[in-house]
Write a protein that binds this ligand. Sequence first.
Ligand code: 5GP
Ligand code: MN
Length: 338
Amino acid sequence: MTKAQISELKAVLSTPKNIVIVPHRNPDGDAMGSTLGLYHYLKLHEHNAVVIAPNDYPDFLKWLPGDDTVLKFEAQQDESEALINKADLIFTLDFNAFHRAGHDMAEILATASATKIMIDHHQQPDDYAAYMYSDVKMSSTCEMVYNFIEMLNDSDKINENIATCLYVGIMTDTGSFRFPATTSRTHQVIGNLIDKGADNSQIHNNIYDTNSYSRLQLLGRAMQNLKVIPELKTAYMTLSQAELDEFNFKKGDTEGFVNYALSLKGIIFAAIFIESKQDHIIKISLRSKGEFSVNEFSRAHFGGGGHTNAAGGKSEDDMKTTIHKFISILPNYKQDLS
Ligand code: 5GP
Ligand code: MN
């Protein structure tokens, strides 16, 4: 975003507007943290702002300040559509293409007359936004929302609610400040957010220490299913729908499981394959260490994308066929994986 564009936006935002803020489908900590953080900021300026999530999200995010104001497109379609159609501005946060908001919502976003503003750190963004703040080097969209508020010369307006929301997304997208996109600047932003009232220890508790017994049992099953291909530095696991049902699966329960596979000594590529009978797909999460790009891997073979070291994808084949495909592709990457 250029300086001129920032000035333009500052002028646009100087009088109250109807604003819709949208995270990606199946929102994670960064998606909900960034949208609600921006929501609290826009509220300070008397805008008529609302966060519309494409669908529901895990319970461990439902304590975020402002959570009770969030609309879910899937469940509140008419109300959501009306708000999108009368919006002056639509902020799309933490995603890079309309389809990431889900099929139905994508169409409505694409045809809405509002001025669109993208704030996002995913690779290869689509070109739909009049104002585009895209930076794939950023740790998180939450860090970018912080920068955005700073660019608008409003850092001093960051309050406890904004700080808490932004802290959540920086924390979750950096694996608690350990992934390579974490910079000294990330830590400086986090320090400022703590100064503005983010209760760091409580936030960690709220996000990570709310396991149910059944989730830990499901994690146990995923670990039992772990397979290692040492010669290709790859590890993967599977969870079938039957296994999810056995352990009373709830949205968000498998979040982070794939990282255990990546934590194995010597492993640089990890995957988890999770069956969804409802969506008729196998949902795939991919993680890597170093140069190997799971974004490219997912784009090439599993219809997804994301970042160099974290991406998602899907398969419409059954589990057995999907795993077979995965294993047979791997040797093509022998150079990168050994
Ligand atoms: P996860 O494995 O946690 O679902 O996703 C990992 C990262 O990749 C997240 O940043 C997520 O937003 C992104 N991602 C997941 N699925 C897709 C996809 O289908 N397309 C793109 N472009 N990004 C994805
Ligand atoms: Mn993100």
